[in-house]
Design a binder for this molecule. Structure first.
Ligand code: TTP
Ligand code: MG
Length: 352
């Protein structure tokens, strides 16, 4: 099954927000400075008007001013950018629950096979422009790696589609440094040993030799050179968890009492999962003994669940296996981790 992965990156993000808040800055060379607006600071980002002069992120302000003396310099206001970032991410989550935010202005989305991924990308660009007054670049491809690399080649306000089957052809002429993770050291070795400059050059190197030279990273590079990547979208929900716990008024030594509480908390966790339309792959038991030592033990299920009976059963089983019944319990908890969307069966197939 071909996936539709979108990589979205906002254009000149901090600078665009500053222009949004102060329209007099629009169309001007603008530098958002970090640390200090005087010479000791660095460029957080620059508007595209300032980039024409060679100004770029992480450059010292002294040099930036030399390159573009007419640039307007404003100090970075992080709280404001993160508010705007959140609005963007919320808009994206209205399009699909499968959103992976990777930085303040960057996210991957997966559009399910039944929908048109390119139309979704267009709609997102329009909405971000009309509703949030920001601009972004989006690439659509069959995997995260290719969509990320593609996005960077069409900034700003770009939309690029790499059809499935064209991945390797698209990557071939690009410098090998465009592959995320192909940093200076890797590139220097690739150049010295195999005279690699472009991604096509890398694709010509034997995959076993790459593995011998770089280990796991070599295997990644061999795949990347061919545009192969099957890493899943990792949503915030996947890292989130739902749990309930209870500290007892008096430490508990009786299994019956512990089981009764477990059942109740298990039901509560099941209810919360249902409310949020989630299922859990992992059930966690938390135990704190009277001396405050705490253990967590977990079981991973073959199929994700939100079923109260199943959650209780596993919680009881964990208690049976791991509770040292010689010791009184001060706190007991049940958690649901490794959460997935209840209805996203197509996502489960990918992750398995
Ligand atoms: P980027 O997406 O790398 O840059 P950008 O959005 O300004 O420009 P574009 O994507 O169009 O090339 O980073 C997002 C924000 O993160 C950027 O606006 C400012 C901040 N940032 C820094 O503070 N320091 C840095 O070195 C970089 C690269 C970014
Ligand atoms: Mg950006």
């Amino acid at each position: 099954m071909t996936r539709q992965i979108l990589h979205l990156d906002l254009d000149a993000f901090y600078a665009t927000v500053e222009m949004l808040l102060n329209p007099a800055l629009r169309g001007k060379p603008l530098i958002v400075a970090m640390g200090d607006v005087n010479t000791r600071g660095v460029v957080a980002t620059a508007s595209y008007e300032a980039r024409k002069f060679g100004v770029h992120s992480a450059m010292g302000l002294r040099e930036a001013k030399r390159l573009c003396p007419q640039a307007i310099i404003v100090p970075a206001r992080h709280a404001i950018y993160s508010e705007h970032s959140q609005r963007v991410m919320n808009l994206l989550r209205e399009m699909t629950p499968l959103v992976e935010q990777v930085s303040i202005d960057e996210a991957y989305l997966e559009i399910e096979a039944a929908r048109d991924g390119v139309a979704a990308a267009r709609e997102i660009q329009h909405r971000i422009h009309d509703e949030l007054k920001l601009s972004c670049t989006i690439a659509v491809a069959s995997n995260k790696l290719v969509s990320k690399i593609a996005c960077n080649t069409v900034k700003p306000r770009g939309l690029l589609v790499i059809p499935h089957g064209d991945e390797e052809k698209f990557l071939a002429p690009l410098p090998v440094g465009k592959i995320p993770g192909a940093g200076n050291v890797t590139r220097a070795k690739l150049k010295a040993k195999w005279n690699v400059e472009t991604i096509a050059d890398l694709a010509r190197v034997n995959a076993d030799e790459l593995r011998a030279q770089f280990g796991k990273h070599g295997a990644y590079l061999a795949d990347a050179a061919r545009g192969v990547d099957d890493s899943p979208i990792v949503t915030d929900r996947a890292t989130k968890s739902i749990s309930q716990e209870n500290t007892f008024d008096r430490d508990v030594r009786t299994r019956d009492v512990l089981e009764k509480f477990l059942d109740e908390m298990g039901a509560g966790v099941a209810r919360e999962l249902a409310n949020e339309e989630l299922k859990a792959r992992t059930i966690v038991l938390k135990l704190r003994y009277e001396d405050f030592t705490t253990i967590t033990r977990q079981v991973t299920l073959r199929a994700p669940t939100a079923d109260e009976t199943i959650i209780r059963k596993h919680a009881r089983e964990l208690l049976r296996q791991h509770w040292d019944s010689q010791r009184a319990v001060r706190l007991l908890g049940v958690g649901a981790h490794n959460l997935v969307e209840r209805d996203a069966t197509w996502q489960l197939e990918l992750a398995l």
